[in-house]
Design a protein around this ligand. Structure first.
Ligand SMILES: NC(=O)c1ccc[n+]([C@@H]2O[C@H](COP(=O)([O-])OP(=O)(O)OC[C@H]3O[C@@H](n4cnc5c(N)ncnc54)[C@H](O)[C@@H]3O)[C@@H](O)[C@H]2O)c1
Length: 330
C-alpha cells in the first residue's frame, strides 16, 4: 500500500487506520508543509522508519520503484494550502500537476496495482451557482474551480480518469470537503483550516477573523471520518472509476463555526475582515452517491469534533505555532 503525503494531517491518519487494519502502508512524503517538530510531535512521524520514504512524488524513478511493489495507492500528497497555491502557482504545478502525473505514470506501468484513490477537493466546485441559498454540490455537475489549488485538483481528477481509465486500472476520486480535527496545526499566511485557526487564536486571546463577515458555508468533516471514507473508496467494488464527495451533507457558516469555538472560549472577540482571493462561497456535499457506493457516512458531529479539538489543544498548548504567539505578543 502506498500513501503519498503520508506525513501530513490526513495521510498520517490514513496510514494509522491502515496499520490498525493489518495493512503495511509505505509512505512517500516530502515533509515540507510544517516544521519538523510538528511532523514528529503532533503527527507521530518517524522519518527513520524504513517504510517512510522522505522523497518527492515528482521523482519518476522513486515512484516507479515504490509503486511496482504495491497493490493499492492513495495519492494524497499535494501543495494543500489554497493561499500558498495562489502565491506560488509554480510550486502547485510541480506537485499537484507534475507530481500527480509521475504517480499516474507509475501506476499505469504497474502490473500489480488494484486501485488508486486520487484525493481531490470540494474546491473543484468553486462558488457554485449561488442564489442566496447554501449550495448543495453534486458530483455530476460541471466543475468550476476559482483558485489555483482548485484548478490543479480538477486537472488531477480528469487526468486520473484519462491515464488510469486508458490503462484499465481501477481508480476512485474522492472530493473531500473541509477537513478538521486534532492534531491539525495551522500554516502561516493560510486561510484554510478554520477550526484550528479559531481555536488557536481564541486560546491566545486573539480576535477571530470573519472573512467577508463569515457567511461562507463549509461542510466540515472530521479527519477520522475522512480517513475511513477514503479507505472505503479504496476497496468498495462500486467505487470503481467513480468520483465521490466525502462530506457530512450539512453546511455550517464560518460565523457558526466561530460561535461553536467561542462556546469553549467565551471571551474571544469576533472581527469582520475582507474576503481573501480564492476563498469560495462554498456549500455542502450531496452525500447520496457516497452512501450508495460506499455504504458509509461520517459519524462525528461538529459539536463533538470541535470539543475534541479544543480538549486536545488545551492538553497540548505547545501545538500553537511560535509565529502565532509572536503575533499575539506584538
Ligand atoms: N485539509 C483539508 O481540508 C483538505 C480538503 C480537501 C482536500 N484535501 C487534500 O487532502 C490531501 C492531504 O491534505 P492535508 O490536509 O493532509 O495536507 P498536509 O499539508 O497536512 O499534507 C500534505 C503532505 O504532502 C506532502 N507533499 C507536498 N508536496 C509533495 C511532493 N512533491 N512529494 C511528496 N510529498 C509532498 C507535504 O510535505 C505534506 O506533508 C491533499 O491532497 C489535499 O489537497 C485536504
Amino acid at each position: 500500500m502506498l500513501v503519498t503525503g503520508a506525513g501530513g494531517l490526513i495521510g498520517s491518519r490514513i496510514t494509522s487506520q491502515l496499520r490498525q487494519l493489518g495493512a503495511r502502508p509505505i509512505s512517500v512524503c516530502k515533509l515540507d508543509a510544517y516544521p519538523h517538530e510538528v511532523y514528529r510531535e503532533r503527527f507521530g512521524i518517524d522519518a527513520s522508519d524504513p517504510d517512510f520514504i522522505v522523497g518527492d512524488i515528482a521523482e519518476p524513478d522513486l515512484m516507479r520503484k515504490v509503486i511496482s511493489g504495491c497493490d493499492y495507492v492513495i495519492h494524497a500528497a499535494a501543495l494543500a494550502d489554497v493561499a500558498a497555491c495562489t502565491r506560488r502557482p509554480l510550486d502547485a504545478i510541480d506537485t499537484n500537476i507534475t507530481g500527480t502525473q509521475r504517480v499516474l505514470d507509475a501506476v499505469a506501468a504497474s502490473d500489480r496495482v488494484r486501485r488508486m484513490v486520487f484525493v481531490s477537493s470540494a474546491s473543484v466546485y468553486g462558488n457554485g451557482d449561488h442564489t442566496g441559498q447554501p449550495e448543495q454540490f453534486i458530483e455530476g455537475t460541471a466543475v468550476q474551480p476559482v483558485s489555483v489549488y482548485g484548478n490543479s485538483k480538477a486537472w488531477g481528477e480528469y487526468q486520473t480518469a484519462a491515464v488510469l481509465g486508458g490503462a484499465g486500472i481501477s481508480y476512485a476520486v474522492v472530493r473531500y470537503f473541509s477537513v478538521y480535527g486534532e492534531p491539525q496545526v495551522v500554516k502561516e499566511r493560510s486561510h484554510s483550516w478554520v477550526v484550528a485557526w479559531f481555536a488557536m487564536r481564541a486560546a491566545l486571546g486573539l480576535p477571530l477573523h470573519l472573512n467577508g463577515g463569515g457567511h461562507q458555508i463549509r461542510d466540515m468533516v472530521h479527519v477520522d471520518d475522512i480517513a475511513t471514507g477514503t479507505l472505503c473508496a479504496l476497496v468498495a467494488p462500486r467505487a470503481h472509476n467513480k468520483t465521490i464527495n466525502i462530506g457530512t451533507g450539512s453546511g455550517t457558516s464560518i460565523r457558526q463555526i466561530a460561535e461553536l469555538v467561542r462556546s469553549h472560549y467565551p471571551d474571544a472577540p469576533l472581527v469582520e475582515t475582507p474576503m481573501p482571493p480564492g476563498d469560495p462561497e462554498g456549500g455542502y456535499a450531496s452525500i447520496q452517491r457516497m452512501e450508495d457506493l460506499l455504504g458509509w457516512r461520517p459519524t462525528i458531529s461538529m459539536t463533538e469534533g470541535v470539543a475534541r479539538y479544543v480538549a486536545w489543544l488545551k492538553a497540548t498548548p505547545a501545538a500553537i505555532p511560535d509565529w502565532m504567539r509572536q503575533a499575539a505578543a506584538a
